[in-house]
Design a protein around this ligand. Structure first.
Ligand SMILES: [Zn+2]
Length: 340
């Protein structure tokens, strides 16, 4: 998208904020917004190192968000309905989506969604469901939190850090995390597990402990509010994969989930979902594999420049998205700020 002159952008943004969406809303507010969440956990179970900025929202926050959206007369719709609205706009809508397939989406989310009749979609990645995913970031955090010093032997060097205070723990986390990111693609599974001092069996239980059990999905097959979409097999950055592997990730997850749920899996969420991980090739492939929609992690509203069902934008839902920040999302101020 063409980027505006920064001076003009700043002036316009100021005007949009000052007029409280009166000007921005009709242009950039569009028809509505898709929200992307990961986990729903009570506050005391949120990441000790990252507080509310991490992957989880509390049930209390979620309920407040629902009430705030209702108060602003937004309609809650399913992904199927989003596709209808793309062609035939009606009232303003929001759609709630949950990536990866965490069990807490159902244990904490479902009662709330039933209370307020909120449709929602869960996009499970098959390797979370079957326990194959190595949640190295969570293992790393646990180790840093419980130990007063940590040591990881990377092929090029060994990193050893003191982790007594919370500050030391946070610093260590960022340092070691960047090394993990650097080595993630180059390591085999066994090298990765060895680095974390874990084995396959332990990892499988650890990952499954947070995943929705497949039997639970089967139980909820006909639930009036829940839709299941696909988040691929192995949760990889799709853009970096050769074409046959990309096709496998999209087709196999669809086939597996259709067999499990006994209904057509129409919707896809691209893992990570930024322009670094998905683009035109992935959007085309999603269509070719029989999906009807694909959601990204690009921030934006469902408005005139975002109507391709295979590259739908989503805003990250997080504890900080409330009052003014929520309004800036709904009335298109954020869309303008992030896209022009
Ligand atoms: Zn994901």
């Amino acid at each position: 998208m063409t980027k505006l002159n920064p001076w003009i952008k700043r002036k316009l943004l100021g005007l949009f904020v000052k007029t409280k969406g009166y000007i921005s809303s009709p242009i950039f507010g569009g028809q509505g917004v898709l929200f992307c969440f990961h986990r729903i956990l009570p506050k005391d179970q949120h990441s000790a190192l990252f507080g509310g900025s991490g992957m989880a929202v509390s049930p209390e926050y979620l309920e407040q968000l629902i009430l705030a959206l209702k108060q602003r007369n937004y309609e809650f719709v399913s992904m199927d309905e989003v596709l209808i609205r793309l062609k035939k706009p009606k009232s303003k809508f929001v759609c709630f989506s949950f990536d990866d397939g965490y069990a807490d989406n159902l244990s904490y989310g479902l009662p709330l969604f039933e209370k307020y009749e909120i449709p929602f979609i869960v996009y499970p990645s098959l390797n979370l469901l079957n326990g194959d995913l190595i949640r190295w970031w969570d293992i790393l955090e646990q180790q840093i939190l419980s130990d007063s010093e940590v040591k990881y032997a990377f092929p090029t060097h060994t990193i050893e850090l003191k982790t007594e205070t919370l500050e030391e723990k946070a610093t260590a986390w960022w340092k070691i995390r960047s090394l993990f990111l650097e080595w993630e693609g180059k390591f085999s599974r066994s090298e990765m597990l060895q680095l974390l001092a874990k084995d396959e069996q332990w990892n499988n239980l650890f990952t499954k402990s947070v995943a929705i059990p497949e039997l639970r999905l089967v139980e909820l097959r006909n639930h009036r509010l829940l839709t299941i979409g696909s988040h691929t097999v192995n949760h990889l950055p799709l853009k970096k994969l050769p074409e046959d592997q990309l096709r496998f990730e999209l087709q196999e997850s669809k086939r597996y989930l259709e067999n499990l749920m006994k209904y057509e899996i129409k919707h896809l969420a691209y893992p990570y979902g930024s322009p670094n991980e998905c683009g035109e090739r992935e959007y085309h492939m999603a269509r070719e594999c029989g999906y009807l929609s694909g959601v990204t992690f690009n921030p934006g509203n469902i408005t005139f420049n975002n109507l391709n069902p295979f590259s739908l934008p989503r805003f990250a839902g997080g504890e900080s998205v409330k009052s003014e920040k929520l309004d800036h999302i709904l009335n298109g101020v954020r869309h303008f700020a992030d896209n022009y």
